[in-house]
Each structure stands twice: as C-alpha cells, then as structure tokens.
Design a protein around this ligand. Sequence first.
Ligand SMILES: [Zn+2]
Length: 171
Amino acid sequence: MCISKVLKLFKKPKPPVVLPEPPPLTIPHPEEPMNPDATIYNMNLEMVRQAWYQVWKVPTKSQAFFDKVILKLDPNFPYLAGTAGNEITFQPVWCNKGTMAHEMCHIAYALLTDKEKSDFEATFNTVKDEPIMKLVNFNRGMVENHADTYRYIGDNMPEVLKRFYRGLFND
Ligand SMILES: [Zn+2]
C-alpha cells in the first residue's frame, strides 16, 4: 500500500453514531379476517384449537384441561362466538385461532375467585396505559378486557397480569 492510500485511511471521517430507531410497536396477535368460505362442513375445530395452543404457547400441562372444552359451530349463532359454561360456539366464518384464544380466555377467567377478579381489575388499571396496552381498544368491560389482553397481546402482556390467566402461561 502506498503512503497516500494509508493517509487517506486516516483522513476518512468517522461516520456519526446513529442509534437504530426502535421498531414500531405492533399488536403481537392481530385480528384474523373473516373467512367467507368457512362452513360447518369444512371447518376443523380441533385444528383451530391446536393452532391456538401453538401460536399462544399454551403450556403443555394445561392442554388436557383446555382439550375438555366443547367446541361447536353454528352459522346462525347471534354472536361471532360465545362461551357458556364449558362450551364455545363459533360462527364458522369467525372460527379462527384468535377467536379461540379470546373465548378460551373466558374459560380461564371463570377459574378466578371473586377476589382475584377484583384484583385483576385493579392491576389492569395500573398497566392499561403502557404502550403495548394502548394498541388494544378496550371498551367492553373488564371480562372482555381480560380476554382481549390475552387474545391480542398474549405473552407480551405486562408480567403483573399473568397470574390472572390460570393455565395460560408457564409459572
Ligand atoms: Zn368475549
């Protein structure tokens, strides 16, 4: 290497240090679109349950419990989906893993004592303004807030809330 080239190397101005922009915060589990082709004949409820287990990382030891939840399809159901006792009914077009996550969360909520339910509300109110929580439109009451936090944010929800999701996270 000739001396002029070596000098050039020293002259090279240092590039300014630019910190990378943090990635924009996005909803970890965005809503699936309605599937107009889904019918009671081509929908496989067990596959949807398994997809929920996989994507929301439902602990293996809890799966025997959630396997016992009865799943049904009804194209004339008055809601997109609904939970009553140990049974979830879906309109076929809205039967997807996100809806499954939401409804299964109602099953988990029912396991909480009244004290835990009120503790959830108090804890939820302390974290509802965190950036990740701001991505979700919470306006349908505390039971729906509980389910939508899990359904949209899953594992990324504030740690203090996880104890109110029995069976849905590894302890
Ligand atoms: Zn709900």
